[in-house]
Design a protein around this ligand. Structure first.
Ligand SMILES: [Zn+2]
Length: 152
């Protein structure tokens, strides 16, 4: 019951990095970090683009363990933020995005407090991939057949 009520990227939460493997005072290359955390080199390069600190002037990039740890801790924390109205989590972009062509589909399930479960389906405004989220409407609120339903 409580699980269905949650909106958000619950599936991605399994993707946690083993931060305890990172040694704060060691420096890591992109390759070292990707090997250590069992992720792709490109993922680590993406983190650098997203603001992961690298040692000034290092080519190829080197990053300090403590910076890497801090960055990933922050990333995980941000990801757990509940989505605001109109936000979707895109699994392709791995980011919170806005969506276009949003459709509201009633799941037909009555959730707690007499609310009706709805799925919002749309396309990621950034990459066009499918995004969806689940929420609940108070009973008697606009249905999927309502002309207003597209205005989410
Ligand atoms: Zn996307």
């Amino acid at each position: 019951m409580g699980r269905a009520k949650r909106a958000g990227p619950t599936r991605t939460m399994k993707r946690t990095y083993r931060l305890n493997l990172i040694r704060a005072k060691r420096s890591y290359s992109v390759k070292d970090a990707s090997d250590l955390l069992e992720t792709h080199v490109r993922t680590v390069q993406g983190w650098i683009k997203d603001g992961l600190k690298v040692l000034e002037g290092s080519r190829p990039y080197l990053m300090m363990g403590h910076d890497l740890k801090a960055f990933l801790t922050e990333k995980t924390r941000k990801r757990k933020r509940p989505l605001a109205e109109g936000e979707f989590y895109c699994f392709r972009c791995k980011a919170v995005v806005t969506a276009v062509q949003v459709e509201r589909v009633e799941t037909g399930k009555v959730m707690g407090h007499g609310q009706v479960g709805v799925a919002l389906k749309g396309a990621c405004a950034a990459c066009g991939g499918k995004v969806n989220r689940f929420s609940a409407l108070p009973k008697g609120a606009v249905s999927a057949t309502d002309p207003q339903a597209g205005a989410v």
